[in-house]
Design a protein around this ligand. Structure first.
Ligand code: PEP
Ligand code: MG
Length: 576
């Protein structure tokens, strides 16, 4: 019987093929008392070394096929295997409790996994739980002499279905045969999702219970656009999705031709489509996908990956490296946006009841000016190697903005004593992601060269709905008419003072929002690299004046987000 299941859409595209369920061997074991701790400890060491060697070999074997980011995942796993703290905890248990290594190891690693899983609202940390879970399986399988599934053996088209997929699984996959991936756990930024996107395999993650609902070889459709899995589809559903798949394949071929084209509307209005990146490793993908610029460099990952506060030199090298890779294209760097769902290991932040409404982003930078100055100095120095523009996150009041600017100009002045012309071309901007800043955009615009609207946060604050909480995700409504009016207000306020207005939240890459945003006069659209060419292609077909009319109709005739969605869907069909 046909069954539809929903998960998180993690990688665009449609895949239709028989299911290949990744069955993990039974890794259960008995808790045993032991008399010789030395033997158990040696078994543990051998297992860790052997897996570490396997991972190193696998990493070398797949270098060239995977990106730097994907290869880095192997290092994360090797690091976990070599973690002295974990090692010591396990051997202490073996020695003091006289238990077998499987029991001691499982106890230690399960505690770590639970700690990460418990960090609800913090996707980054929750996804680290999957790294540890993958290590747990690898170590237990090695200790028990069992074989984990080998995806290299797949030699015919399949949809891979699994509870969880780790980097060692994905690196073995051949995109020629793996037509889709469905996992029960993971979010948009989990490793399975990242890998699937870069291998361009349609994928759905977080599709709870899917493994139990399927048999091996049963037909499955993966709709990576909407996150829908269809088990045992009807012939008409297969036909429908085959059409979508071939349409998408043809579209992708067309989009690829636009890599070096300008981002213009049908009536010749020149706009900018840029990429959001989390590290300089993402720049190649941004350039290959035709980004006009980088519109958002989220610098927090630089801090989150580090075990200490990154020094001025370390940051300078990272920013210089990034801007040099862009060969003259601009790089907008956001100063540290930590707190909320992004913690730092070396700088424990106070526990807060409402972290998203608490101590985060510019609030921390202003409270810890030494750290803020270090970042600004590194950025100003790196600006000698390309076009770097700087923006401050989470600005709420005029005073905050003026305080941040004062610190920036202080550092600029100091650096100019040695380098008189440094930082002349740097443009300063702010993220508009707090409702008060949106309402006060007219005044704030006088202070900066550009705005970048952070709709991910602006929506969560306007709708009072935690962006990480699935129970209130229905309130993520970028098309809600009063919200659209607020965006329009920000754009108009910016333009009154010659302030460029960009958008770097997810809404910028939203197919239905695009004509409305063009109608409102948004200048720059910053999004994930893989959305750029689709957006550029769509932009070419849109006429600014018609988009203005559509926007007016949306905010005068529609009363709900759903009505706007219907209006735009219809409009797009008739404007094809
Ligand atoms: C946003 O809030 O829209 C944004 C781009 O910033 P982040 O998602 O990093 O909070
Ligand atoms: Mg934000």
């Amino acid at each position: 019987m046909t069954l539809k299941m929903t998960g998180t859409a993690a990688s665009n595209g449609v895949g239709i093929a028989p299911a290949y369920i990744i069955d993990k061997p039974d890794l259960s074991f008995e808790k045993r008392r032991i008399s010789d701790p030395g033997t158990e400890i040696q078994r543990f060491k051998d297992a860790l070394n052997s897996i570490s060697d396997d991972l190193k070999k696998l990493k070398i074997a797949v270098t060239g096929r995977l990106s730097k980011d994907e290869l880095a995942i192997f290092d994360v796993h090797i690091e976990i295997l070599n973690d002295p703290e974990m090692f010591n905890q396990v051997i202490t248990r073996i020695r003091s409790q006289r238990i077998n290594v499987e029991t001691a190891f499982e106890e230690v690693i399960s505690r770590v996994i639970h700690e990460f899983e418990a960090m609800t609202g913090n996707k980054y940390m929750q996804e680290r739980a999957t790294d540890f879970a993958s290590i747990r399986d690898q170590v237990l399988a090695k200790l028990e002499g069992k074989q984990l599934p080998n995806l290299q053996a797949i030699d015919h088209p399949v949809i891979v279905v699994a509870h969880m997929i780790g980097p060692s699984d994905t690196s073995q996959m051949d995109a020629k045969f793996v037509k889709g991936i469905v996992t029960e756990v993971g979010g948009k930024t989990s490793h399975a999702a990242i890998m699937a996107r870069s291998l361009q395999i349609p994928a759905i993650v977080g599709c709870k219970g899917v493994v139990r609902q399927l048999r091996n070889s049963e037909h499955v459709i993966v709709d990576g656009f909407s996150g829908t899995t269809i088990i045992a589809p009807e012939p008409n559903q297969v036909k429908h999705y085959q059409q979508i798949a071939s349409q998408y394949a043809a579209e992708k071929l067309q989009w690829a031709k636009l890599v070096n084209s300008p981002s213009v509307t049908k009536d010749g209005c020149q706009l900018t489509i840029s990429a959001n990146i989390g590290s300089s490793n993402d720049i190649a993908a941004a350039v290959n996908n035709g980004a006009d610029e980088v519109g958002l460099f989220r610098t927090e990952f630089l801090y989150m990956k580090s075990e200490h506060l990154p020094t001025e030199e370390e940051q300078f090298t990272a920013y210089k490296n990034a801007v040099e890779q862009l060969n003259g294209k601009a790089l907008v760097v956001r100063t540290l946006d930590i707190g909320g769902d992004k913690p730092l290991t070396f700088m424990p932040l106070p526990h807060e009841l409402n972290p998203f409404l608490g101590y985060r982003a510019i609030r921390i930078s202003l409270d810890r000016p030494k750290m803020f100055r270090t970042q600004l100095r590194a950025l100003i120095r790196a600006s000698q190697f390309g076009e770097i523009n700087i923006m401050f996150p989470m600005i709420t009041t005029l005073e905050e903005l003026q305080a941040a600017k004062k610190i920036y100009y202080d550092e600029l002045r100091k650096l100019r004593q040695d380098y008189p012309h440094i930082g002349k071309k740097i443009k300063l901007g702010i993220m508009i992601e707090v409702p008060l800043a949106a309402l006060y955009a007219e005044r704030l615009a006088k202070e900066v060269d550009f705005f970048s609207i952070g709709t991910n946060d602006l929506i969560q604050y306007c709708f009072a709905a935690d962006r990480g909480n699935a129970s209130v995700s229905y309130l993520y409504q970028p098309l809600n008419p009063p919200f659209l009016k607020l965006i329009h207000h920000i754009i108009q306020s910016g333009h009154q003072h010659n302030t460029t207005v960009a958008m770097c939240g997810e809404m910028a890459g939203d197919r239905l929002a695009l004509p409305l945003l063009i109608g409102m006069g948004l200048d720059e659209y910053s999004m994930s690299a893989t959305s750029i060419l689709r957006t550029r292609s769509m932009m070419k077909k849109l006429d600014t004046h018609e988009c203005q009319q559509l926007y007016q109709e949306a905010v005068t005739k529609c009363e709900t987000a759903e009505q706007v969605r219907e209006l735009v869907e219809k409009w797009l069909i008739t404007n094809k």
